[in-house]
Design a protein around this ligand. Structure first.
Ligand SMILES: Cc1ncc(COP(=O)(O)O)c(C=O)c1O
Length: 470
């Protein structure tokens, strides 16, 4: 076992197949039998599906319906080998992606942008996921600010709850990212963000809703700020973009978060989350075509011919866009509304149950996601107990907590009730735990000091490295 793999053992068993199936450090000398290989894969996928099929997994599996996934896979297989860079061979890709973008823009009130300013027309691009949508949103602002404002030392201002994809984008793009603490209600502190704006600020960012707590930041105020300072504003709707519009439509109080706000210049919204598509697609929307042009790249004098592409990706499969498009048109508005209804009913049921547990508090005002903390027991002990019962929550820190992002698998009968029962038992367990250090808190404890934080950063890098071990 290498150093990498021993470092990884800290994070759990990453190699359950090591001694069960042949490892391929090099090509098998002779190609293997398809049936035999398929049988191996079937066994891996069967085992892995058991981890979420019980409905006990937060987020990740947004739809979870076997017939839905089977249909999307069937569609995927029709176009899986097609390269979307070569549209002469697959004009269907143009239809799928233009319609995915248009449906998404409509859902997020793109028409309002036109009404506010007739030069605006919300447009977009299909990307590989939330991080790429965010990267592109940040990238166009950097290019825009350099071109139109001469800013060469760009800065962006974000609440600390913003997704790390913004930090990653800033890192790749040479942008200084300024993190501003959130208010007690876990929402962005717009006054504090205002104070962080400098002449080099290219954009402010907020979430709808943020990953840790699911809250929607005060985006109306943030939009006013963007308009006042004539800077850009990215709304991260990766998580909430495909559910909040429907939650709003069925009558819940959802703050304005989309193109109805005049300051919003770009938005990320993930089709591979609550859009119920296959993993590997997302949409980045832009307020106008001029902004989108900053994203595009073309080269006219390459010996290999002329070249143009919308994003960092070059060749990519047509299957994912076809499957995403198929998910959107087969669900339709009625499907998304029904899904939102079921998810909110489940969320409400869980909230009612949590209200009966005095040791547990919900962090922030959210809808489809519930973040929990406690000032009575160590919440990580509660999480340990839940994990022992098969639940897979997402850990949070500063303050300690975990969240349950509710998706369709949790809307099956009895899941919400079982969660509340196990949560209550988890609180009792945490009052008298078998060992003082909770398993799920060990990692977060490290990030409390500068040295620990550095150790954790290095440990996480070792984990990434270990994902390439066999
Ligand atoms: C709010 C938010 N933004 C961005 C992302 C990043 O998306 P992806 O993992 O698809 O790159 C996520 C993922 O969970 C998210 O919840």
């Amino acid at each position: 076992m290498s150093d990498h793999t021993s470092a990884a053992s800290f994070f759990g068993d990453m190699y359950p197949y090591r001694n069960r199936f042949p490892s391929n450090a090099r090509f098998p000398e002779k190609g293997r039998d398809q049936e035999e290989v398929y049988k191996e894969l079937l066994s891996m996928s069967g085992e892995e599906n058991q981890k979420w099929e019980t409905g006990q997994c937060s987020g990740t599996m947004y739809h979870g319906g076997k017939p839905h996934y089977a249909f999307l896979s069937k569609v995927f297989s029709l176009f899986s080998f097609v390269n979307l860079l070569q549209r002469d061979l697959c004009p269907s890709g143009t239809k799928f992606e233009a319609e995915i973008v248009s449906m998404t823009a409509k859902m997020l009130n793109g028409d309002a942008a036109r009404q506010l300013n007739e030069q605006d027309e919300v447009c977009g691009v299909v990307t590989s996921g939330g991080s790429e949508s965010i990267y592109n949103g940040v990238y166009v602002h950097r290019e825009w600010a350099r071109e139109e404002k001469g800013i060469t030392q760009p800065e962006m201002v974000v609440p600390i709850t913003i997704h790390p994809a913004f930090d990653k984008s800033a890192h790749y793009l040479g942008i200084k990212i300024i993190h501003v603490p959130v208010k007690q209600n876990f929402e962005a502190d717009v006054d504090a963000m205002r104070k962080a704006i400098t002449p080099n600020t290219i954009m402010v960012c907020g979430s709808a809703g943020c990953y840790p707590y699911g809250v929607v930041d005060p985006l109306r105020e943030l939009s006013d700020l963007a308009v006042e300072f004539k800077i850009g504003m990215h709304v991260d709707g990766c998580l909430g973009g495909f559910i909040l519009p429907w939650v709003e439509k069925i009558g819940y109080d959802v703050p304005l978060f989309d193109f109805r706000l005049p300051g919003v210049t770009t938005m990320s919204c993930d089709t591979h989350k609550y859009g119920y598509g296959l993993k590997g697609t997302s949409v980045v929307l832009l307020r106008n075509r001029k902004l989108r042009r900053y994203m595009f790249f073309s080269k006219a004098d390459w010996p290999g011919g002329v070249y143009a592409s919308p994003t960092v990706q070059g060749s990519r499969s047509g299957g994912l866009s076809a499957a995403t498009w198929a998910a959107m048109v087969t669900l339709g508005e009625s499907g998304y509304l029904e899904a939102a209804r079921r998810i909110m009913d489940t969320s409400n049921k869980m909230r009612d149950g949590i209200a009966q547990i005095p040791e547990i508090q919900i962090m922030g005002k959210s809808t489809f996601l519930i973040a929990l903390t406690s000032d009575v027991v160590d919440i990580y002990h509660v999480n340990d107990y839940l994990a022992s019962k098969g639940w897979r929550m997402n850990g949070c820190q500063n303050p300690p907590g975990f969240h349950f992002c509710i998706t369709l698998p949790q809307t099956e009968p009895g899941i919400a009730e079982q969660f509340i029962e196990d949560l209550k038992a988890g609180v009792e367990y945490a009052k008298n735990p078998p060992s003082p250090m909770p398993m799920s808190g060990a990692i977060y404890g490290l990030s409390a000091s500068a040295d620990g934080k550095e150790m954790l950063k290095q440990g996480m890098m070792a984990w990434v490295e270990a994902t390439y071990e066999m």
